[in-house]
Ligand binder design. Structure first.
Ligand code: PGA
Length: 238
């Protein structure tokens, strides 16, 4: 597991406006110490769709070390291609943006927007067709069902984020000894994919999770650039 890259994915959810997004990239650049080796550590930030342009432009204007290592992801994706789907954002709509990752099937989307395993599978297909790496979010009780909804060759191309619902945004991160067996269970279902942990990750606990997973998906602690940099520094040295 240790030879795999470490993933540090920031999920802004429905937070921030364009000027706050630009300020975040600037602060990230100022706070980062040293260089992130993209071969070792994937660092990505996932803003709301309307902020993609601002974030991409700000990264383009940042120092080369940030411009080379800070990647962009999205938080959702239409299950359909371009077409008559009012309100949806298809991969084709985002042509021109350097999007490398897509968080798919987050529990907030399953809970508030009735996403199911089938629609998540359609989104995975859309992402992969566009060369975007899906980060599929699961809780332990449906990790298997979600895997079974995916063609095995597609499941093997995903990053899987284990996010116990009660740990998200609660300050109650799941103890590492409880996370460990679920990481193994997910690898058994999906293949040797990178498995991340998400749920109240912060600077005080990130190192523990990085020692038993391939990275972390971070909500609250990604909103302040200096805090997120603290996580990046931990990932880059562990
Ligand atoms: P949190 O969110 O870090 O605020 O718990 C994680 C997530 O929902 O991805």
């Amino acid at each position: 597991m240790t030879h795999m890259k470490k993933y540090l994915i920031g999920n802004w959810k429905s937070h921030k406006n364009a000027s706050q997004a630009e300020a975040w990239v600037l602060e990230f650049d100022q706070a980062l110490v040293g260089v992130v080796d993209p071969e070792q550590t994937v660092v990505a930030v996932c803003p709301p769709y309307p902020l993609l342009g601002s974030v991409q432009a700000a990264i383009g204007q940042a120092s080369p070390r940030v411009a080379n290592s800070l990647k962009i992801g999205i938080q959702d994706l239409s299950p359909f291609p371009l077409g008559k789907y009012t309100g949806e954002v298809a991969v084709g709509n985002m042509k021109g943006f350097d999007i490398e990752y897509a968080i798919l099937g987050h529990s907030e989307r399953r809970r508030y927007f009735q996403e199911d395993h089938h629609s998540v599978a359609q989104k995975v297909d859309q992402a992969l067709q566009a060369g975007i790496v899906p980060i599929v979010c699961v809780d332990d009780e449906y990790a298997q069902a979600q895997a079974q909804a995916l063609p095995p060759d597609q499941a093997a191309q995903c990053v899987v984020a284990y996010e116990p619902v009660e740990a998200i945004g609660s300050g109650h991160n799941q103890p590492v000894h409880e996370v460990k067996p679920i990481v193994q269970l997910i690898k058994a279902e999906y293949g040797e994919v990178p498995v991340l942990y998400g749920g109240s990750v912060d600077v005080s606990n990130v190192a523990e999770y990085l020692s038993i997973t391939n990275g972390v998906l971070v909500g609250g602690a990604s909103l302040k650039a200096d805090e997120f940099v603290g996580l990046v520094q931990a990932a880059n040295i562990s």
